[in-house]
Design a protein around this ligand. Structure first.
Ligand code: UDP
Length: 239
């Protein structure tokens, strides 16, 4: 086989904001809740891969504006995503779900290296695969990596869990009271209108490769399970 899934297989992107509960460091209670919600979908037969963000520790762009070399700062950012991956792994295992962490920067004592065919096998066996260290390359975001990993491991959908917004809006709802949430938007429109809830590189990678994305809010209890199971929450972004 070429690894195409007959079962539902999806990639969930969790931002650093989720892991930190909006602060710096780790919010174990939040990670535990998210793990429990993932566990429900896995028991239902959904194959799940996760890409972790790292903004709760470091963002390369921010550090470089304060004097660090950009590439080195980005590596610091990537290492932060690995800590989040390990935290999620721990709570998933506590919830009885088998997991593997694969990192784009090799660290043998901590995780497997990123091997896409192996990641697919893990998912077929019911293991959640957590991808850490982004793409292993500076100047990338974990949103973009989420799309790349989804493509390479043949996930049918990219699920972007967001904090503070529950989908794609016509404008930034935090500053523009006339903003309305869209049920559906095309990648072209999202890019043209500069709807930046997901970064433009991620949108264009999806557009060029015709993969669906769902942007949804993390704050409502149960939303992670709903998104993983394919409920039509938030905003569908497609070609
Ligand atoms: N990063 C990187 N290359 C990657 C992925 C991440 O350089 O492939 C760095 C980058 O500095 C980024 C940080 O890791 O700011 C944390 O990732 P991101 O900002 O995407 O996390 P999130 O916004 O989801 O918390």
């Amino acid at each position: 086989t070429r690894g195409e899934a007959s079962a539902r297989r999806v990639l969930l992107k969790l931002s650093g904001e989720t892991f930190g509960g909006g602060a710096i460091g780790l919010a174990p209670d939040v990670v535990q809740r998210v793990a429990a919600e993932i566990a429900v979908a896995v028991r239902d037969g959904v194959q799940v891969a996760v890409v972790t963000g790292g903004g709760n520790f470091f963002r390369g762009a921010e550090l470089s504006s304060r004097g660090l070399d950009r590439a080195r700062a980005d590596y610091m950012g990537m290492l932060g995503t690995v800590m989040n991956a390990l935290a999620l792994q721990d709570f998933l295992e506590q919830a009885g779900v088998d997991t593997r962490v694969q990192t784009a920067i090799t660290m043998g004592q901590v995780a497997e290296p990123y091997v896409p065919l192996r990641a697919i096998r893990h998912m077929e066996k019911g293991r959640v695969v957590i991808f850490g260290a982004g793409a292993g390359m500076p100047y990338f975001s974990t949103d973009t990596v989420a799309v790349q990993r989804a493509l390479e491991t043949h996930c049918q959908e990219v699920l972007m869990g967001k904090n503070g917004v529950d989908g794609v809006y016509t404008a930034d709802p935090r500053t523009d009271p006339t903003a309305v949430r869209l049920d559906h938007v095309t990648y072209s429109d999202a890019l043209l209108q500069g709807l930046s809830v997901v970064d433009s590189t991620a949108f264009s990678l999806c557009k060029d490769n015709d993969v669906r994305m769902r942007v949804f809010g993390m704050s409502d209890l149960g939303n992670v399970t709903r998104a993983l199971q394919g409920e039509k929450i938030g905003t569908l972004v497609s070609a």
